[in-house]
Design a binder for this molecule. Structure first.
Ligand code: AMP
Length: 401
């Protein structure tokens, strides 16, 4: 895969696929501009190197129709403020008006095109849509890691239509961090996996067994593992159809010499509610703590204090840490303790620590450790895709060029 630095950009029309799928509040103001901030190094580089910069992105799910609330215009305004230079905007991404605007660009100018998903062709990969986008540029750069696990036109088909295609700085950084964390880690490598469902992370769990020294499982997904070992999980979230699979993963971990940690105690709540009554109950999964009584109808919403200490101790021995998924319902203050202890342990460790995007990135922020870990990925789905051991379609498309 070429890097943008390998390509001559001066005076050329450089189309950059960014991810400006920004969270907006009810007044259509940007509530978090991190995705724009992440692209600044590349855009500043292209400005300094006198490229004609054309930015393309999607926003939300307009399903091939123009939806005013999903316009990228606010992103152009914010980018302009951050760069302290004008950023042009045009209310479509293909067509004669766009061609005209692009032809008027001077070296170092920036133009953001309207939401790609206002055209069905972005999702369907319609060759005519791709051709029209390709006609606007001489160079293609992918800097949208968070979308690179998708097979959309601007990610997969477009680079194939342009002679000079390369990875941007953010995509390179993400792939490099993942490689250093999982494919070529300083050992021991500890993975902390949590979140709601085993099903959504099943492939990642299986693949991580081939890489890690220690696997820590928390969050609701731990319930299915505990159930497979005969633990009473009350009315907790369980995936009955995966109980057997969970048991197989435990056996596989043993075969592969991976140390697997499951919760030794859980915080049960009377209801799914931040003011619910709660009680900590031992799981009896090992000899460290006896199994306790789960009140009828109660559900596990966090790992218990002893588990948190056990997990934190395992984390303290790591040289590399990968964290994906909260240890409990961290969105409710009452059930955030376990996630906070683990986040702090990761932050205090001297290990190289990589945190998955999406909910895990948010959990790191809620726990105040976002500046104390080595790297927080900008992509939840794309990061998980890598953890599953799969290549990103967006990266493969660049390799083929
Ligand atoms: P994921 O996107 O799979 O990482 O899941 C994140 C979600 O899992 C968060 O919204 C958490 O509230 C939820 N979660 C974590 N632990 C539990 C639990 N014990 N019970 C219910 N939901 C949980």
């Amino acid at each position: 895969m070429k890097s943008v630095k390998d390509i001559q950009v001066a005076g050329r029309r450089v189309m950059v696929r960014v991810d400006y799928n920004l969270p907006m509040d009810e007044n259509l103001n940007i509530s978090d501009d991190n995705r724009i901030l992440q692209t600044l190094p590349l855009i500043e580089y292209l400005v300094q190197n006198r490229a004609k910069i054309i930015l393309i992105s999607h926003m939300g799910r307009p399903k091939g129709k123009v939806v005013t609330a999903l316009s990228l215009k606010p992103a152009a305004l914010r980018l302009s403020e951050l760069l302290k230079q004008p950023v042009g905007f045009i209310s479509d991404c293909i067509g004669t008006e766009v061609q005209k605007k692009v032809s008027e660009l001077n070296d170092g100018d920036i133009l953001l095109l309207e939401n790609l998903r206002f055209h069905e062709g972005e999702k369907s990969g319609d060759p005519d849509f791709v051709k029209q986008l390709a006609s606007l540029c001489d160079v293609y750069v992918n800097d949208a890691f968070a979308v690179s696990h998708r097979k959309e036109a601007s990610i997969v088909a477009l680079p194939g239509m342009i002679n000079d295609s390369a990875a941007g700085f953010l995509l390179e950084k993400e792939l490099l961090c993942y490689r250093d964390a999982v494919q070529n880690p300083v050992r021991p490598l500890v993975a902390v996996i949590g979140g709601a469902k085993v099903s959504s992370k099943l492939d990642a769990l299986k693949n991580m067994l081939n890489h890690v020294n220690t696997l820590i499982i928390g969050g609701a997904m731990a319930n299915t593992f505990l159930k497979s070992q005969g633990v009473d999980t009350g009315a907790s979230l369980i995936e009955e159809d995966l109980v057997e699979t969970a048991a197989d993963i435990i056996i596989d971990a043993r075969k592969k010499g991976v140390t697997l940690h499951l919760p030794v105690d859980l915080v049960f709540a009377s209801s799914f509610d931040n003011s619910a009554d709660k009680v900590t109950v031992g799981t009896g999964i090992d000899l460290s703590i006896d199994a306790g009584h789960v009140p009828e109808g109660w559900m596990a919403l966090d790992i218990g204090g002893q588990t948190a200490q056990l997990f934190a101790y395992a984390i303290s021995g790591a040289k590399t840490i990968v964290w994906n998924g909260p240890m409990g319902v961290f969105e409710m203050e009452r059930f955030c303790d376990g996630t906070r202890v683990i986040a702090k342990a990761i932050a205090e460790s001297a290990a190289f620590s990589v945190v998955g995007g999406g909910d895990t990135g948010l959990a790191a922020k809620v726990c105040g450790v976002e500046n104390q870990v080595s790297y927080i990925s900008t992509g939840g789905g794309a990061f998980l895709h890598l953890m599953e051991g799969k290549e990103l379609p967006g990266a493969r498309a660049l390799e083929k060029c």
